[in-house]
Design a protein around this ligand. Sequence first.
Ligand code: NAD
Ligand code: MG
Length: 303
Amino acid sequence: MSTSDKLTDRYKKQNPLTQYPQPPFPRQPQERPGSVNKMEPEPDHGEKSYVGFGRLKDRKALITGGDSGIGRAAAIAFAREGADVAICYLPSEEQNAQEVIKLIEAEGRTAVAIPGDIISEDFCNELVETAVKKLGGLDILVNNAGRQTAQQSIFDLTTEQFDNTFKVNVYAPFWITKAALKHMEAGASIINTASVQSFDPSATLLDYAQTKACNVAFTKALAGQVAEKGIRVNAVAPGPFWTPLQSSGGQPQDKIEKFGSTTLLKRPGQPVELAPVYVLLASQEGSYMTGEVVGATGGEMPY
Ligand code: NAD
Ligand code: MG
């Protein structure tokens, strides 16, 4: 069967306004970090819809936050494109992580599960060493794990939250990238997950938006350091995507009800809609892209 015969409905010409669920959505509070299995409607990470054709054949990839949301979509797509994939996640996310591990293995690829908390520099170093050892090298690093907690006022934003948001979103990618670069050679790719918040901060995301602006500066500065080694560094800047980050405290529940409605496409993105962007940046198809920030926002207005 040729690749075009295998294409699912996702690849058919259709109206992007109605391709995926539209608001209103039910309120669905859950504890951080949240599970995809408690989301309604169920998100699409490409489990049944993403079709690959070998663009990452035999590449070795590490994806932080690969259990759910955007990282899960990248993990599924990378495996379908022929990569071996290690995912990192919090120990409480073991169930979602094991679902992803099974999907990677179903493609005949090596899957490595590395639970732990990336607020620790020691764990970040161990994470990279374990991934390199078990994968047999490292070609692609996706810094995707993130923390987002909405607060109405600067007076509700504690030093503890501020510190934790910066540790997860800014320090951890710095530590993980530093450790990963020691193992990367020409043709390797680093992809950071920034946000529309990097450029258009919401009033309720004072700490988070600052960290996402950091992700953009980090991407551009690092791209300048490692270009001479043939290593590319880019960022993805998503708008509102239907992931547990949002319903587990990332947004107030009244915003979950109308999540995505302020975009031009009037709905949130589904994680699978970002998969091709990560594949492009990871693969040799993105060979002339470095220091770039690629948006996928549905034509975002600040939310
Ligand atoms: P998600 O909750 O599915 O993924 C985030 C993951 O981060 C979690 O699954 C968890 O494994 C990981 N994580 C959080 N704290 C951690 C810690 N201390 N140690 C180890 N892992 C930790 O949500 P998502 O929306 O897919 O988020 C992925 C990235 O996308 C984040 O960087 C987020 O900032 C970014 N983003 C999301 C949106 C959106 O609307 N969903 C928009 C723009 C950017
Ligand atoms: Mg998760």
